[in-house]
Design a protein around this ligand. Structure first.
Ligand SMILES: C[S@@+](CC[C@H](N)C(=O)[O-])C[C@H]1O[C@@H](n2cnc3c(N)ncnc32)[C@H](O)[C@@H]1O
Length: 214
């Protein structure tokens, strides 16, 4: 619990800069948005965890009925709300919540989205189990996740140093195969596994996983 509070402070501190940083691989990001959109319907109720400054929620809001976008950082959520007002978006709600305790009642969402967030969660099995419960039967969990174990091995040394100086949040190291196993362990069937980056090697895996109807 203490770690989550520390993480919230970290993300609060960098939120205004994060909001103005350009998206690193815009082409890859647009591919992910387009692909995500293809799985959503205009009557869908959608939850996003770790929504940051709301860019993705606001891009997808015109194509769904309602999107509830959440983040542990109140500063990120404040920026997302400002952007929603600036864009006159009526069907996106932003609220402060950890992914581990994402809001909603069981079986209430058609889709749950999580972009660049699963590697920041320590207890992924229970978070994935919660997402599974929140989804309707046949509901979709759509995620894009940096698999740090597939990146330059030096990152294993760089991250603890950055954390020591307060320059990096908690992160988990895993491969796409290990993440796959965790998603399956929560009861999902993965139906899409793609890499959208425009570079030669993309360590971020885009996954669409379905909750079975039973
Ligand atoms: C790398 S940013 C990604 C933001 C956005 N999803 C995107 O793709 O641009 C990670 C976000 O997750 C949030 N976050 C970190 N740990 C979290 C947690 N345990 N629960 C909810 N949000 C969390 C941070 O505040 C931050 O806004």
């Amino acid at each position: 619990m203490l770690r989550t509070i520390d993480d919230a402070r970290f993300w609060d501190r960098i939120a205004r800069k994060y909001a103005t940083d350009p998206i690193k691989d815009l082409t890859g990001y647009e591919r992910s948005i387009e692909r995500t959109r293809s799985f959503l319907g205009n009557s869908d109720t959608v939850l996003e965890i770790g929504c940051g400054t709301g860019t993705t929620a606001l891009a997808l809001a015109p194509f769904v009925s309602r999107i509830v976008a959440t983040d542990v950082s109140s500063e990120m959520i404040a920026i997302a709300r400002e952007k929603a007002v600036a864009q006159s978006c009526q069907n996106a709600e932003f609220s402060v919540a950890t992914a581990e305790r994402a809001p909603g009642s069981d079986g209430s969402y058609d889709a749950v989205l999580g972009f660049n967030i699963l590697h920041l969660i320590a207890d992924r099995p229970s978070t994935l189990a919660r997402i599974h419960r929140l989804l309707k039967p046949n509901g979709l969990f759509i995620s894009k996740t940096p698999c740090l174990s597939e990146m330059n091995p030096l990152i294993r040394y760089a991250v603890p140093v950055a954390q020591f100086f307060g320059k990096a949040p908690f992160v988990s190291f895993f491969t796409a195969t290990e993440l796959d196993a965790e998603i399956a362990g929560a009861g999902f069937t993965t139906i899409v596994r793609e890499r959208h980056g425009s570079g030669r090697k993309d360590a971020r895996i885009f996954v669409v996983a379905r909750k079975s109807a039973a």
